[in-house]
Design a binder for this molecule. Sequence first.
Ligand SMILES: C[S@@+](CC[C@H](N)C(=O)[O-])C[C@H]1O[C@@H](n2cnc3c(N)ncnc32)[C@H](O)[C@@H]1O
Ligand code: SF4
Length: 455
Amino acid sequence: MFEYINCPWLEPEIMDVVRLFGAQDEKFGHYFDYSGGKYYNCIEYGGEFYDFENYADTFDEVEFRRYAKRFSKLSFYKVLSAAKGVNYPYGALTGIRPTKLAYQEMTAGRDFEKLFKELCVSEENIAHVGNVIMTQKNIYDDFGGQDLFVSLPFCPTKCEYCSFITAPITKTAHLVDDYIGCLEREIASLAPIISRPKSIYVGGGTPFAISAPQLERVLRAISALNLPAVEYTVEAGRPDTFTDEKLSLLKDFGVTRVCVNPQSFIDATLEKIGRKHTAAETFAAYEMAAKYGFDINIDLIAGLADEGAEQFGYSLDCAISLNPANITVHTLSLKSGAKLKEECSRLDVRGIGEMISLSRCRLTKAGYSPYYMYRQKYQAGGWENCGWCKDGKASVYNVDVMEERADNVAVGANAISKRVFGGGERIERYASPKDIPSYIAKLDKIIEERRKLFE
Ligand SMILES: C[S@@+](CC[C@H](N)C(=O)[O-])C[C@H]1O[C@@H](n2cnc3c(N)ncnc32)[C@H](O)[C@@H]1O
Ligand code: SF4
């Protein structure tokens, strides 16, 4: 891959760009140099040499490394973009959340738009990031406090595209009661840590994959913390798991927000991705949840199976017709762990841009604003996941997690607690074991480690 590279510490960042163009098996040479604020990149590719020089005032080592990475990535982006005749929606902006970089620029007193242009981000995406910043402003400005996350990593079956650490409940059913016993102990240990709660999120997996009495134990443990009324989400999840009994429990325990996740409203697609539910079940689950007055979020994925813009547009219209408080549009991302990864190593991404434009256009027309966004590695076409909300319905939890504006106190297997220091400049994390048996076995240590993180 690299026939020579004089600064190997730049390689991981450069590879993010190279992978974007699917050029990881091609040969490159790279020489980097720095002198008096000038960043020099020379790239050898396809028998040619390409030289780039960028200038930036640099005051310390951290800044130097940041610019070195930025300019080397940009140089590779320009070479590959010209050679392949392809522009990506976020240009050379990889590896950092677009809003995070925008806020960094704004804090330094600069326009983020100028930097984004230099990084070859498209005009539409610059405007989109600006809209996200505007919609999430009130939540973003309220820095500090804690969000509580409770992990329920159980699912009815494993969907083919999914790389979350979760197993079909048939394989883990014997562990659920012990797991909930551990959650009860962990949650009880949080009383001294949560001083200013901002939101609660019970997420999955599929929290509704467990039985109503099991779910009640989790909700009761949270309720025993006696937190004031805050946004309280249960990512109930797959429509085939919804029952009146579970929804009424949520209502009794003060839950305010529920997710009904179809991913697609096309039965043939649902079959192909192993979702094991139908569009009719989504409509029924939605109706059941709406009766209780919850704010409802609907998750969709662009790029599933053989779907093009027409099929995705149909699902989007179905979602909009239900008039939920939130619609979250994900772009398919195939990571290791997903069954589909092997089968779709060359995903057809041509239509994704069209699907995202269509979602932005129709959601805006239907009165939704984009309020949080993030990008992942291996995301089709270099696109994004974006949450859309009706007026005043932006989810505090989603913004806080994405922008790291509050501590995240997370319990359960594979939960990552984060403590935010200063104004958010430094973050310390504690990650619980990923698999359920190790989590159960190490509970005492986990409680102690989290106590230390937040003391
Ligand atoms: C943690 S999952 C839990 C949701 C719940 N288990 C369900 O599937 O209904 C949250 C969301 O991430 C999205 N997601 C999961 N795997 C994805 C993938 N490979 N690419 C893009 N989005 C994905 C789906 O929209 C999913 O609803
Ligand atoms: S998409 Fe949701 S239901 Fe499907 S396996 Fe992943 S977490 Fe479970």
